[in-house]
Each structure stands twice: as structure tokens, then as C-alpha cells.
Design a protein around this ligand. Structure first.
Ligand SMILES: O=C(O)[C@H]1O[C@H](OP(=O)(O)OP(=O)(O)OC[C@H]2O[C@@H](n3ccc(=O)[nH]c3=O)[C@H](O)[C@@H]2O)[C@H](O)[C@@H](O)[C@H]1O
Length: 431
């Protein structure tokens, strides 16, 4: 006589189905032949129902977790609190990339003066996410809530605009890095183009429409040789996919300004550096390697000419961002319809005094009190440009932008932060 298990789970596939009617009949006669068998059957059915119910609740909680990691009354309350304005004529700003380098600094500056700030960040692992989490804690301590989500999530962005009538969007979420674009080109399209369009679609439909200030890049000047770089110079010769996506962003935002009346300000940042900076950037990775006694690779341009950058300190960039928000002017559209012309602006935010990469290393050596092991190589064809140099007269005139921190002073502050953050001051480095 076959066991119960054998009857329920026949070893030959298909057999169970074919013999079903016959088996059921046999089972019925056999199983209900005695009360003890009936009792066993009842027990078995109760156990089966109980395990089915608990499995269902497991599946339910799982799907809630995977399909909606945002939402709920408490979540909405945190967003409303974070967006509260605490000064007269203040603004409520949605900051994308709020756990990023520039995003975290700008968020803190806005909150400090009484503006409402809600952040959004996808906490991706392009670089150490623990640094992003540390920035998030800093912001949380100041009452800024960061939504964990992607700007490509149209439902999420629409929901945020449902909850808060943002007056401004400070769009800083992006796939950054010039050379990484050769390794992972699609991440640039995903964040800098698709993500930008998703965000602009939400802005266009919002009522009232917010004013948008966003991060373009000095890299859009590409192979431009006219110095210093002015906003009116040509930007149609990008040297990297990163630059091309930022240039595309300038064109895309222009169409949203033109068709839907969105107020748009694009900021061309020039190699921003400072505390809580990006570990993928040269000044940061050089510092790490110098302290660990590892060699650093310094690229050199054509004819042995040193590469140079208009390195710009984070506090100066923050002033430029806040100045842009303050002067942005209103969007004119509503419900996706343009009601009149709106401002469309582009500004360079640089330092106006380029410094060569070997000089940057000299300054780091001095502040770190450690000699670098320099490995000088010819610049590979990886998207780099030989130099950058900003003409900032437009930003000076329109935003009151005036950088005040030179590279020497800025790197001193960076090194101080770095040694503290990574535990060198406690005699124990943590990375
Ligand atoms: O203003 C911008 O639009 C961009 O600025 C920044 O790009 P870059 O100016 O290229 O900064 P960064 O990588 O720090 O390299 C600095 C210098 O060190 C040289 N460099 C770099 C690495 C290395 O190993 N060796 C080296 O010599 C390198 O050749 C270069 O000359 C942002 O990363 C970018 O996201 C974007 O915002």
C-alpha cells in the first residue's frame, strides 16, 4: 500500500494528473473507512491551511518591501516636516542627489537659513556608499529628510510633488566622473539623460511649476581652446560621454523652458573639491594613496605640458547655487501648459585661477607632511581635457558670485577633514 506522501507526490511526472479521478475514488474509500484515518486527515488539512496562510503573509510582506520601499503616513509626515519653511519669503526645495558631495552641502546651507529642504538620493555604489550615509546622518541631524529613491522613478517624483508644492528644484543627482564613462556608458544615459527627463516631466506637470537649478559641467567646453571659457564659447566638441550627457542636459532643459515655461538655470561647475568630497576625484584619491604610501599616477598632456584645472572650493559653489535659486525667477506654466516666457540661464561657477596637477600634489604633500610617490604618464585618450579656466563675469554680475577660497586654503580644510573623518587623528585609519 503506497504511503500518503507517495500518493500526493507521485514520482512519475504526469501520473498524478492522469490517474486523478481513479486515485481520488480510491483515496475516498480508503481514507474514510475508519474514524482514526479521518482524524489524521483533518489534522493534515488544518496543518496545510495554516502553512498556506503563513506563506501568504510572508509573500505579502515581501512584495510590499520590494515594490514600495517608500510611502506611508509616517513617510509623508517626515517629508512635510522637512519641507517646512522657517523664514519669511523662504523657499521649499527638492534637492536631488542630496547625499552627494554638492547636494549635501547645498541642503545644509538652505536649511540653515530657514528654507524647507527635502532630499532624494539613490545611494548607488559608484563610490563608497558609507560616505553617502554619513552625509545623510549629518542632514538628518539638521532636520533634513532624504528620500531613498531614484529620479527615474516617475511615480515617486510625482508623489513628492503631491505632498509638497516645491517652489524650487535643485537638481544635483547625476552620474559624475569623466573617465568612468568609458567603463559604464549606460549609467550616464540612465542618470544624466533619462533621469533628467523624468524629473523635468514632473516639474512641467506640477502646479505651481518649480524653478529648476541644475548641475551642468565645465566639461561641456571640451576641446575649446579659447581661454578663459565663457558661456558664449562653443560647446559642441565634447571630449567624453560624461560631457556629452551634460551638454545634452543643457539642450533638454532648454526645450522644457521653451515649450512648458519652466524657469531653468544650468551651472557649469569647475572641478569642485572640499570636505566630504567625492573619493573618485584626483585630489581625494591622491590623498588616500599618499597616506597609504602607494604611488599616484599623474597624467601629463601633449608636449610634456602639465594638465591644469580651475579647482573650485565647495563653499564657493554653494554660494553660487544658493544665489542661482534666489535669482531664478518664476516658471510661467501650469498643468503642462506654458503661459509666458520664463528665464533660461547658464553660468560658469569656477575659481578663475587654474592650477596644474603637479602643483596640487605639492600642496597636498605639504598639508599631509608626506611625500608622494609620483608616477608621471602621458595622458591616455580617456576623455580628459588639458585644462579648464572659467570666466565668471556673468555669474558675478547676475548672482553676486565671488569665489574667495584659493586651492592652498581649500586643500588645507579638506586635509583636516580627511584626517579626522578617516581616523588618522586618533592614530587609527579606518580605510
Ligand atoms: O569640472 C568638471 O566638469 C568635472 O570636474 C571633475 O573632473 P576632472 O576635472 O577630470 O577632475 P578629477 O577627476 O579630479 O581630475 C583632475 C585632474 O587630475 C588628473 N588626474 C586624475 C586622476 C589621476 O589618477 N591622475 C591625474 O593626473 C586629471 O587628468 C585632471 O587633469 C569631476 O570629476 C567631474 O565629475 C566634472 O564635474
Amino acid at each position: 500500500m503506497p504511503s500518503l506522501e507517495e500518493e500526493l507526490f507521485p514520482s512519475t511526472p504526469g501520473k498524478f494528473k492522469i490517474d486523478r479521478a481513479h486515485n481520488m475514488n480510491r483515496q475516498f474509500n480508503r481514507c474514510f473507512a475508519s474514524t482514526s484515518t479521518m482524524f489524521l486527515w483533518a489534522l493534515f488539512l488544518i496543518a496545510l491551511t495554516a502553512s498556506y496562510l503563513s506563506f501568504q503573509s510572508f509573500v505579502d510582506s515581501g512584495s510590499r518591501y520590494f515594490t514600495a520601499s517608500w510611502g506611508g503616513i509616517q513617510w509623508e509626515k517626515q517629508i512635510r516636516n522637512s519641507a517646512q519653511i522657517h523664514r519669511s519669503k523662504g523657499m521649499s526645495v527638492l534637492v536631488t542627489g542630496a547625499a552627494g558631495f554638492v547636494g549635501s552641502h547645498v541642503s545644509l546651507a538652505l536649511k540653515k537659513r530657514g528654507d524647507g529642504v527635502v532630499g532624494i538620493d539613490n545611494f548607488n555604489n559608484y563610490y563608497d556608499p558609507s560616505l553617502k550615509k554619513a552625509r545623510k546622518s549629518l542632514l538628518n541631524n539638521q532636520g533634513i529628510f532624504i528620500v531613498e529613491g531614484d529620479i527615474n522613478d516617475a511615480r515617486l517624483i510625482a508623489k513628492l510633488f503631491d505632498i509638497v508644492a516645491f517652489t524650487h528644484v535643485m537638481h544635483l543627482a547625476a552620474q559624475a566622473g569623466v573617465r568612468y564613462a568609458m567603463e559604464n556608458p549606460h549609467s550616464y544615459v540612465h542618470s544624466n539623460i533619462a533621469g533628467l527627463v523624468t524629473l523635468l516631466e514632473a516639474c512641467k506637470l506640477a502646479n505651481p511649476q518649480p524653478s529648476v537649478v541644475w548641475a551642468s559641467s565645465s566639461s561641456v567646453y571640451g576641446l575649446n581652446e579659447k581661454v578663459p571659457f565663457s558661456e558664449s564659447d562653443r560647446t559642441d566638441q565634447p571630449a567624453s560621454l560624461y560631457a556629452a550627457t551634460k551638454k545634452a542636459g543643457e539642450e533638454i532643459t532648454h526645450t522644457y523652458n521653451h515649450i512648458y515655461g519652466l524657469s531653468v538655470t544650468g551651472l557649469r561647475f569647475f572641478t569642485v573639491y572640499g570636505p566630504f568630497g567625492r573619493p573618485d576625484m584626483a585630489y581625494f584619491s591622491f590623498t588616500r594613496n599618499i597616506l597609504q604610501g602607494k604611488p599616484i599616477t599623474i597624467y601629463r598632456g601633449k608636449n610634456r605640458v602639465d594638465l591644469a584645472r580651475d579647482f573650485t572650493y565647495i563653499d564657493d559653489i554653494v554660494k553660487g547655487c544658493v544665489g542661482s535659486l534666489d535669482t531664478s525667477g518664476k516658471s510661467t506654466g501650469s498643468g503642462g501648459k506654458k503661459r509666458g516666457p520664463a528665464p533660461y540661464r547658464i553660468f560658469n561657477l569656477g575659481n578663475t585661477s587654474p592650477v596644474t596637477v603637479p602643483t596640487l600634489v605639492n600642496i597636498l604633500e605639504r598639508h599631509l607632511k608626506v611625500k608622494a610617490k609620483r608616477n608621471i604618464v602621458d595622458m591616455p585618450g580617456n576623455g580628459d581635457v588639458p585644462f579648464t579656466h572659467a570666466n565668471i563675469s556673468l555669474a558675478q554680475r547676475e548672482l553676486g558670485y565671488k569665489p574667495t577660497t584659493d586651492l592652498e586654503t581649500g586643500l588645507k580644510k579638506f586635509v583636516k577633514w580627511y584626517l579626522t573623518y578617516y581616523g588618522y587623528n586618533r592614530g587609527k585609519a579606518v580605510h
